[in-house]
Write a protein that binds this ligand. Structure first.
Ligand code: UD1
Ligand code: CA
Length: 449
């Protein structure tokens, strides 16, 4: 059975107090909308349609960056959730299969939960995701009749008895596409809000003698973001879950509450992550690596046995092979560092290839940028780069070659050669003492005035 995802994302998000559309605000390095798309990905959707309103162009741009096959449709006026879903009908013309509706501002629905809904669709024409919140507040209420869901009543329209129901609507709903759009065409807006309620599809399906069922999830999956405070709560919830998962998977976190993961961080077992480490998107750390305190990693790969930090920065394209050492105040960007190489102190390595077992001295800089273009630096296996070497790219230092400390290397260094690129030292006998005597005398003279 093929599935289409419809993600509702037209709401303004006034309470975010932001120029940016609400669904593009990020949790763990990914837009809220991307989290929803990733939850839905468990069903390998054949089609995805995002319904946008406020900031539609920005939303479209961001969505197409994530997945160019997604359709983004405009809901000009926000007339209700049923009206929003109806906007997805044209791009799904001719689509045969199930539709599942998600909210773009609700990032934590578990893939397992969505899979359970697809399973429940085998026995019900319409499946709604319910939850039992500690405080049911103003959520829509699920009116059950035994195992059957009879209808959903919005809080504003509910009587006292209905408001007393603890089972609430998360907003996620699944049904066969043709049926869903057909039911939606019957929905009116004669209710307390004057909106077209998607929730009305349940009562309409039941009136046709069709079955409706409920899948129940944890309340924390349904956490929606409406304000910056909600966004902070969502981040905290994500991190709590990611830390627990890492510990569970055999990763040592010495101070879990200080480590921040991205939505896609992968860390192998028996790795150690010290306090205050931050993972941006796109990081893979293999088993048995050691990430020391206060390091910042994004878009990089760290192999087995590598030690990173403390205070290291790995930027996109940093590839560390096995047993590499990257020490304090070292930044690595778009560079492949081969097995056993050491870059231990105060160094910038960008747009470079570092050979196996090379040693990069303190204060080395690959001068990769000429103000317009980026250039590459190649360092051969077992090369020894002296402290404070400036490598003016494009440049190549051969295998087993050396550069003298303080050198500015502007030309290639052949294999096995020693390159000296600095002024020769000259010693002037007695001149230091003479100079100091003169300066001190000058100071005494000024005080005397
Ligand atoms: C909705 C449900 C309610 C449920 C609650 C869960 C309806 C009628 N009510 O209520 O039963 O308990 O969610 O949070 O469905 N949106 C659009 N276009 C619109 C209206 C909404 O894209 O015209 C989007 C919003 O951006 C949001 C989502 O749909 O992501 C839900 O809209 P919201 O206004 O928050 O619905 P509620 O009234 O809270
Ligand atoms: Ca809401």
């Amino acid at each position: 059975m093929s599935t289409a995802l419809i993600i509702l994302a037209a709401g303004q998000g006034t309470r975010m107090k932001s120029e940016k559309p609400k669904v593009l605000h990020e949790v763990a390095g990914a837009a809220l909308l991307e989290h929803a798309m990733r939850s839905g990905a468990v069903l390998s959707p054949a089609r995805t349609v995002v319904v946008a309103g406020h900031g539609v162009d920005e939303v479209r741009g961001a969505v197409l960056d994530i997945d160019p096959d997604v359709d983004v449709v405009l809901q000009e006026e926000q007339l209700g959730t049923a009206h929003a879903v109806a906007q997805a009908k044209p791009p799904l013309d001719g689509f045969e299969g199930d539709v599942i509706v998600l909210y773009g501002d609700t990032p934590f629905i578990r893939p397992e939960t969505i899979a359970a809904m697809a399973e429940a669709r085998k026995s019900h024409a319409v499946v709604v995701l319910g939850f039992e919140p500690a405080d049911p507040g103003r959520y829509g209420r699920l009116v059950m009749n035994g195992d059957e869901l009879d209808r959903i009543v919005e809080y504003k329209d509910a009587g006292e008895a209905e408001r007393a129901i603890g089972l609430c609507n998360s907003g996620v709903i699944a049904a066969e596409a043709t049926l869903l759009f057909d039911l939606i065409s019957e929905i009116d807006n004669e209710n307390a809000s004057g909106e077209y309620y998607l929730t009305d599809v349940v009562g309409l399906a039941r009136a046709r003698g069709l079955s409706a069922g409920v899948v129940i999830c944890d309340e924390d999956e349904t956490l929606g973001v409406n304000s910056r405070a909600d966004l902070a709560c969502a981040e905290a919830a994500f991190q709590a879950r990611a830390r627990a998962d890492a510990l569970d998977n055999g990763v040592t976190l010495t101070a879990p509450e200080t480590v921040f993961f991205a939505f896609d961080t992968v860390i192998g077992r028996d790795s150690v992550v010290e306090p205050n480490v931050i993972f941006g998107p796109g990081v893979t750390v293999e088993s048995g690596a050691h990430i020391r305190a206060f390091s910042h990693l994004e878009g990089c790969h760290v192999s087995r046995g590598a030690v990173v930090g403390p205070f290291a920065r790995l930027r996109p394209g940093a590839e560390l092979s096995e047993n590499v050492r990257v020490g304090n105040f070292v930044e690595v960007k778009n560079a492949q560092v081969a097995e056993g190489a050491k870059i231990n102190h105060l160094t910038y390595i960008g747009d470079a290839t570092i050979g196996a077992a090379a040693n990069i001295g303190a204060g080395t800089v690959t001068c990769n940028y000429d103000g317009v273009f980026k250039h590459r630096t190649e360092i051969g296996a077992r090369a020894f780069i002296g402290s404070d070497t400036m490598l003016v790219a494009p440049v190549r230092v051969g295998e087993d070659a050396m550069t003298a400390s303080g050198s500015v290397i502007t030309g290639n260094v052949p294999d096995g050669a020693l390159a000296l690129g600095r002024a020769r030292q000259e010693n002037k006998a007695g001149l230091a003492r003479k100079l100091m005597d003169r300066l001190r005398a000058e100071k005494a003279k000024r005080k005397g005035i």
